[in-house]
Design a protein around this ligand. Structure first.
Ligand code: TMP
Length: 217
């Protein structure tokens, strides 16, 4: 079985990360529109999910309460969904030269399953290499804000998914893990201060996109 693939596919691969409540969905749309306006064909997608089977895995993960799925099972399901997403949508799109804008990717696994759940980072790296080979995002926008935004967003909701049921300290560890990745890979990961008003956040995002892609836009 061939598991390694070069990262030299012609398309652009941009991922958006951050804890819940930082405005990812709005800004995924903003990034997609930014590239569409320059004439690119843009695929906007999300993880876990993005293909029929991966969306079914998403539902399975999010609908299962904490006592119904082990941390290791959760990790493996995230990568199962990712394998399907890469094979069915992301790699073909990048091979065609499209721009793929993805709401979360493997940094979320390092942040949630590594930082949040405390799973071994070497195990996560090994799974990443099996599932992705050399494929990595060209640019990752980390929307960073204090953990209160996550907690505030879900107050008063009747139904909470598997992750929304977690406490503030879980999101604190997730946030820290994201910031650690950004410190380790400053070329790929740009921190966006998502606690600012939307217009300012989007100014930071356009600057990051221009800086990274100015030669190809
Ligand atoms: P979303 O609600 O932002 O679309 O993401 C679904 C949840 O899945 C969110 O709480 C983060 C979590 N998640 C992980 O724990 N690990 C992962 O690898 C991914 C992609 C998401």
């Amino acid at each position: 079985m061939q598991v390694t693939q070069a990262n030299h596919l012609p398309g652009r691969f941009i991922t958006i990360e951050g804890i819940e409540g930082v405005g990812k969905s709005t800004n995924v749309n903003f990034v997609a529109e930014y590239f569409r306006a320059s004439g690119a064909t843009v695929i906007s997608t999300r993880e876990p999910g993005g293909t029929e089977i991966a969306e079914r895995i998403r539902e399975l993960i999010l609908m299962t309460p904490s006592d119904g799925l082990s941390d290791l099972g959760e990790l493996l399901l995230m990568f199962a969904a990712r394998a399907e997403h890469l094979a069915g949508l992301i790699r073909p799109a990048l091979a065609r030269g499209d721009t793929v804008v993805c709401d979360r990717f493997t940094d979320a696994t390092f942040a949630y399953q590594g930082g949040g759940r405390g799973l071994n980072l070497e195990v996560i790296s090994a799974l990443r290499d099996i599932v992705q080979g050399a494929l990595r995002p060209d640019l990752t926008l980390l929307l960073d804000a204090p953990t209160e935004v996550s907690v505030e967003r879900i107050v008063g909701r009747e139904w909470l998914d598997r992750f929304e049921q977690e406490r503030a300290d879980f999101f604190g560890r997730v946030r820290q893990a994201y910031l650690t990745i950004a410190a380790q890979e400053p070329e790929r990961v740009r921190i966006i201060d998502a606690s600012k008003p939307l217009q300012e956040v989007q100014l930071q995002i356009s600057n990051a996109l221009r800086h990274k892609f100015e030669k190809t836009l």
